[in-house]
Ligand binder design. Structure first.
Ligand SMILES: Nc1ncnc2c1ncn2[C@@H]1O[C@H](COP(=O)(O)OP(=O)(O)OP(=O)(O)O)[C@@H](O)[C@H]1O
Length: 337
């Protein structure tokens, strides 16, 4: 399995040598092909490098549409992306700008995002096991670099053409700035997407490494069951409640997870249930991921070899259709450049 996967990945290696810092510096180096995605403040194009003919993703941000605060946030994202290099992250190459726009060049992911795929199909545990193990490996890596992602959810996970997961969108990622007594660190602020936010982020406006593991737990639940354990309304009510009410709401949330164990989680294997409950443990000390070295020992991951996974060499169990453009055709019509 490992060998077959290695061959696949060697074919997808980008032509650019690792360590070559700024291969792109102008929009004129590219031929624009089509739109592959649209975010709240950018349009992402498929582009072809005129000299190598290699395709890349080009994210275009219109400077005039955003205030200086947003631009500063973008520059933080760029500096984080520059410090990361892992097979299960989307490789970032260059940023450059002209009078009207800022451009970011990265690897092109042709397999669509997990949000799209899980809306279409209920996937078997063997598929989800590889996805979550790959994401866990990417998380362990970014945490080792002192970075929290803070917005893990299916929308921010893209598949490459072979079906490997790549964690993307470091818009709200942050370096761990403050230190806890155990030296691990945290970031202040209630940042992320409410339905995926951990209790400590929702209640105390603080994120630890464990908060990313909570969000991964919600993502895993959703990948397996096509629904989320906590409704957005429940989460929003929780944010708005008083300090006193928050504790009782936390109990309601946790017992709602327990109740769902009887109905929804019953269709899953024991290993999957244990993993979901472990990631969705309200206490950060008891949560899976508190000791990141133990992640490979979680029984749900026993079918995979974590070392091979973390090199991006484990063959995924689901491969997106080749040649299919996983993008809403309407984006093409709406796109402006
Ligand atoms: N490297 C890539 N390869 C292929 N598609 C991509 C790539 N990066 C982004 N996309 C597509 O473009 C969409 C928008 O990208 P992204 O979420 O990074 O933009 P954004 O403006 O930062 O959005 P938001 O703030 O709403 O998250 C993604 O949902 C995805 O479908």
């Amino acid at each position: 399995m490992g060998n077959q996967a290695s061959k696949l990945r060697s074919a997808e290696q980008p032509w650019i040598e690792q360590g070559q810092k700024k291969p792109f510096f102008s929009i004129s180096q590219f031929k624009l092909c089509n739109v592959v995605g649209k975010g709240s403040w950018s349009t992402v194009f498929v582009v072809k490098d005129r000299s190598s003919k290699q395709k890349f993703a080009l994210k275009c941000i219109n400077k005039k549409k955003h205030n200086p605060g947003k631009i500063k946030q973008l520059l933080t994202e760029v500096s984080l992306l520059r410090s990361l290099d892992h097979p299960l992250l989307c490789r970032f190459y260059s940023e450059f700008q002209d009078d009207s726009k800022i451009y970011l060049v990265s690897d092109l992911m042709l397999g669509g995002d997990l949000r799209y795929h899980i809306a279409q199909n209920r996937f078997q545990e063997s598929v989800v096991c590889v996805w979550i193990a790959e994401l866990a490996s990417a998380l362990i890596y970014i945490h080792s670099k002192g970075i929290l992602h803070r917005d893990i959810k299916p929308d921010n996970i893209l598949l490459d053409e072979f079906g490997h997961c790549r964690l993307v969108d470091f818009n709200v990622a942050s370096r761990l700035s403050q230190k806890t007594p155990d030296g691990k660190g945290f970031v202040k602020g209630r940042v992320g997407t409410p339905a995926y936010m951990s209790p400590e982020t929702l209640v105390h406006s603080i994120s630890y490494r464990e908060s990313d593991w909570w969000s991964l737990g919600i993502t895993m639940y959703e990948c397996l069951l096509q629904s989320r354990p906590f409704s957005s309304t429940m989460v929003v009510n929780w944010i708005r409640s008083s300090e006193k009410e928050k504790n009782s709401l936390l109990e309601t949330m946790c017992s709602s997870l327990e109740l769902r164990n009887n109905k929804q989680l019953d269709i899953l294997s024991k290993e999957a249930r244990v993993a979901i409950r472990g990631f969705l443990e309200p206490s950060i000390r008891n949560r899976f991921g508190h000791h990141e070295n133990n992640i490979p020992n979680i029984s749900f991951f026993s079918p995979v070899c974590f070392d091979t996974i973390s090199q991006g060499k484990w063959a995924p169990k689901f491969r997106p259709k080749s040649g299919k453009l996983y993008a809403d055709p309407i984006l093409e019509l709406e796109a402006t450049f």
